[in-house]
Write a protein that binds this ligand. Sequence first.
Ligand SMILES: Cc1cc2nc3c(=O)[nH]c(=O)nc-3n(C[C@H](O)[C@H](O)[C@H](O)COP(=O)(O)OP(=O)(O)OC[C@H]3O[C@@H](n4cnc5c(N)ncnc54)[C@H](O)[C@@H]3O)c2cc1C
Length: 449
Amino acid sequence: MTAIADGPGGLSQPLETSESPEDGHYDADVIVVGAGPSGSAAAYWMATAGLDVLLLEKTSFPREKVCGDGLTPRGTRALIDMGIDVSEEAGWLHNKGLRVIGGGMRLELDWPELASFPAYGLVRPRADLDHLLVRQAVKAGARLHEQTSVTAPILDKQGRVTGVLAKGGPGADRAESSYRAPIVLACDGVSGRFALALGLQRNDKRPMGVAVRRYYTSPRTDDDYLESWLELWDGPPGADDAKLLPGYGWIFGMGDGSVNVGLGVLNSSAGFQKTNYRTLLTTWLDSTPPEWGLREQNALCPTQGAGLPMGFNRTPHYRDGVLLVGDSGGSVNPFNGEGIPYAMESGKFAAEAVVRALARPPGPAREKALASYPAAMAAEWGAYYRLGGVFVKLIGNPAVMRACTRHGLPHPGLMRFVLKLLANLTDPRDGDVSDRIITALTRVTPPLR
Ligand SMILES: Cc1cc2nc3c(=O)[nH]c(=O)nc-3n(C[C@H](O)[C@H](O)[C@H](O)COP(=O)(O)OP(=O)(O)OC[C@H]3O[C@@H](n4cnc5c(N)ncnc54)[C@H](O)[C@@H]3O)c2cc1C
């Protein structure tokens, strides 16, 4: 079987087939495209519920992924829920909170004590993290095919996705293999190529970011706070034409002699995509104390970058047998650029919907169960992400960004509230006043879908 001409974004156009999906020739209950945090989490939860899960991944593990490698308590919780040992003995670097630097201030904000989340975050290289997650999915029973690149969706005559075409993997001697399943999860990351091949474009009105990162050898390697720098200047700081960019720089100790250093900028700035982010990173690092070692001679790799798809910038999250999960569905938090926990949690929501759907016969009852996935995404983060979109637009104005840094940081009480809001760490039911304010704000905001 061969796919026809290349479609948008490099994946082939969908292959339409007259073969009935009801002919009994399914290769799995569900196919998951991509084994990053979203795909592995979804595969884990579905396999745990007893489904036959086929997880197709174009690379093989361990493999690198360009990332800051930092996890807030939301990420810690998602890992614990999957039964992963996150102790320091198991190789995790724990952090107590966030150190914020800006406006001449340096503030250490501990992660809040909450019923819903542990009070510590983590750091771990993605090469390790993603390997651990995929192993957990396989242990739960998911079948992983590495070196298997999905090239196109397969559609039935009604336009419903009933499988995928893929290159590589077992039987790699064949040019292309087809895999059939009644439901497919697109977990292929920021490129969203699977969704694009089905005509699901990104919504440019919703937030998008760009981030770059690099590793350096540094004495700051054992830092037990995640550090974030709020002043990123597009030009020499203080110069008339220099603009304060909406975003932040980070320095995360890796605990192995190195630090992960990077920056992320939002699409609400006038200079978005016109800025040279690698140069911006070097300029910022040159302003840090020389004893930290964040200079060219200590760099361990080139600067690498990727997009941050935020605030549900690709929807609908379910259509015609396909669920968009993690970055593919734009699930990164627009307030802070965090994506791993949202990828894992959206994987869990998707898994729950698929388990319920496959317990029903094909048709309207099954579709209703699948529609509970976008409903869960909207209920969980729809209102919060709408507020995030407003936040992104506001801080795109350098004057607002400057006012926030100058007038916010001197008030630790206010900053503790801001930390909870930006990191989405609240107890919706039994929280304190700031939790109740954030919960009330999200209750009165109509959810994005
Ligand atoms: C520079 C940078 C720093 C970041 N820092 C942080 C951070 O510190 N903390 C945080 O929480 N988030 C961070 N993020 C965001 C985070 O990396 C993502 O949100 C997260 O990786 C999303 O997970 P995912 O599973 O949806 O996608 P991915 O992690 O991108 O996984 C997608 C998987 O699909 C596979 N794949 C793709 N196409 C195909 C195909 N055709 N066939 C088969 N397999 C395919 C890929 O190989 C990959 O394994 C950062 C992002 C960037 C760019």
